[in-house]
Design a protein around this ligand. Structure first.
Ligand SMILES: [Mg+2]
Length: 215
């Protein structure tokens, strides 16, 4: 039995853990607080601006960079990343075991920044399971699903495209990966039956892979 060696690229939020009550609203509140302070906005204006940025540019960060190049993106990432993830996330031994048993290099590939990603990984108890973190700064602030992000991730991980697998909860990111020639597995909570390209949660990953390996 031959198993094609793979290089795993895991998204962080919504992929390694399912949406946790309270965490994402807390992140959203910090994004809006940053917009309020940086642009002298009322709370309702900041909320509307965030919604427009997401619609128009995909992320608040891209909107800020396009319309306010004077604002330091690192200041934005630092501020938003200080959300107290430790209050929301607990160690996940099942996830830790899954990652330990998965052969091949494993990278975090996230549109968040590395300090935040490290805190999330520590809170989940899986900080040692990864070979490295490819974050939005390492991506030159151009994240998924832009084609450059996938090319840069391959360069940083020194991985050939045909061995790359993305696991991500955002359909746009999954489609971006496939367009770039990667294999991609969509973590879609609406999925009913785990398939090779779509699983309802991260814990279904070994099942899907073992089916592939069956003779
Ligand atoms: Mg995600």
């Amino acid at each position: 039995m031959t198993i094609a060696p793979r290089v795993w690229f895991f998204d962080l939020d919504g992929t390694l853990y399912t949406p946790v009550r309270g965490l994402w609203p807390a992140v959203g509140a910090r994004i809006e607080a940053f917009l309020q302070q940086a642009l002298q906005l009322e709370p309702a204006q900041a909320r509307a601006l965030r919604q427009r940025y997401i619609q128009q540019y995909g992320t608040t960060l891209h909107g800020l960079r396009a319309e306010h190049p004077d604002i330091d993106p690192r200041a934005y990432l630092d501020f938003v990343g200080q959300v107290p993830v430790e209050d929301f996330l607990r160690p996940d031994p099942r996830l830790q075991q899954l990652l330990t048993e998965l052969p091949g290099p494993k990278w975090i590939f996230t549109n968040a920044d590395a300090p935040y990603a490290r805190r999330v990984l520590r809170a989940l108890g899986v900080a040692d399971a990864f070979d490295g973190i490819i974050d939005i700064v390492a991506l030159g602030l151009v994240g998924k699903p832009w084609p450059e992000a996938y090319a840069q991730a391959l360069r940083l991980a020194q991985a050939p495209r045909e061995r790359a697998v993305l696991i991500d909860d955002l359909q746009a990111n999954v489609e971006g990966a496939r367009a770039a020639g990667w294999r991609a597995i969509w973590v879609n909570p609406q999925a009913t039956t785990p398939r090779a390209d779509e699983i309802p949660h991260i814990y279904a990953l070994p099942q899907v892979l073992s089916q592939e390996r069956a003779p």
